[in-house]
Write a protein that binds this ligand. Structure first.
Ligand code: MN
Length: 322
């Protein structure tokens, strides 16, 4: 579906929308972007064709770069990697934003220098019975409880985690993390795992005192859950390398002492069910990340604490509260 619009920025935005809308229908797409170097005259860029169309050959996904009049193949990549092309649009001389657009947050991937560009972070609450019990909440199979964190709340590559403002009770919640390569709306349970790019482990850091106050007043959880640096995450392990683990030991050590441990098979809603349920409420897209819930043992972190979260045999996330 080639897109022709007057303004290159509109063409870029339109193509990105198209790419997201159709990413759940096929694995691979051809993305054509106007490509510019310092030597490219602006008039040449404006005249270039810009469009996106499903790749005709699923085994040869391509990013096409139009350098008028020649077509050049910039690289071969799967659709999630195409999203990482977004920064290129910001670099085009024909683009004009009134402020500098932020680069997308991203995660490392074990085995490659390419990164996973983040779209949204969804979190499920009360997904282990023992944790729901320790929080005094009922275990409900009927309706999962979701909340979100901003994508730029991630702390990656073992960076220090600043102790957040406005809390006296920062809590750790170790969780399996699920990264989506494909999305969609109303995704059936039996097709949900096909959306997964890979798995990791992270901490759903929580201002527990603010959460308790919000719960008491029936207020939203954003101040308790969605603060800056509230989501340390490991490098991802692709499904291609580890498959879809049904069992895996999930642990958190703080200063060398075990704080939380469980097996992911104890989750009330499994990964496929979480994706299915989320897709009833939001249209999921490549780049979405899901925190799959925490087991019992949540407790306070203090400045100077060192933590190590692990999904045995798959991922580890180490860091320090400063
Ligand atoms: Mn959590």
């Amino acid at each position: 579906m080639p897109i022709h619009a007057k303004d290159p920025r509109e063409r870029a935005a339109g193509s990105l929308r198209s790419m997201r809308n159709c990413c759940n229908k096929s694995d691979f797409y051809t993305l054509r972007v106007p490509y510019a170097t310092d030597a490219t005259p602006k008039s040449a860029i404006d005249s270039q064709v810009f469009g996106i169309s499903p790749s005709t050959d699923a085994h040869a996904p391509q990013v096409m770069v139009v350098t008028s009049p020649d077509l050049a193949v910039l690289g071969r990549m799967r659709s999630p990697a195409l999203l990482s092309c977004i920064p290129h649009f910001n670099e085009l001389p024909s683009m004009s934003y009134v402020i500098t657009a932020a680069a997308p947050a991203s995660l490392a991937i074990v085995g490659t220098d390419a990164r996973f560009p983040l779209h949204r972070i969804y979190c499920i609450g009360r997904n282990y019975a023992d944790h729901a019990k320790e929080m005094g909440a009922a275990v409900e199979r009927s309706q999962p409880m979701f909340f979100m964190k901003p994508a730029d709340a991630v702390v990656t590559d073992g960076a220090d985690v600043p102790y957040p403002s406005a809390t006296q009770e920062l809590h750790h919640e170790v969780e399996m993390v699920v990264a989506l390569a494909h999305g969609g709306h109303d995704i059936p349970v039996e097709r949900a795992l096909d959306c997964v790019f890979g798995y990791g482990v992270g901490l759903d850091l929580t201002r527990r005192d603010l959460q308790a106050a919000a719960k008491a007043k029936g207020h939203p959880w954003d101040m308790a859950k969605a603060f800056d640096h509230s989501a340390p995450v490991s490098a991802l392990r692709p499904v291609a390398a580890i498959g879809h683990p049904a069992h895996a030991r999930l642990t958190l050590d703080v200063n060398g002492e075990r704080r939380q441990q469980a097996d992911i098979s104890d989750m009330i809603f499994g990964v496929a069910e979480i994706i299915h349920e989320l897709s009833k409420l939001w249209t999921l897209v490549p780049g979405d990340l899901i925190f799959a819930g925490t087991p019992a043992g949540v407790a306070a972190l203090l400045r100077g604490d060192r933590f190590r979260a692990e999904l045995a045999g798959m991922a580890a996330c180490e860091g320090r509260i400063v």
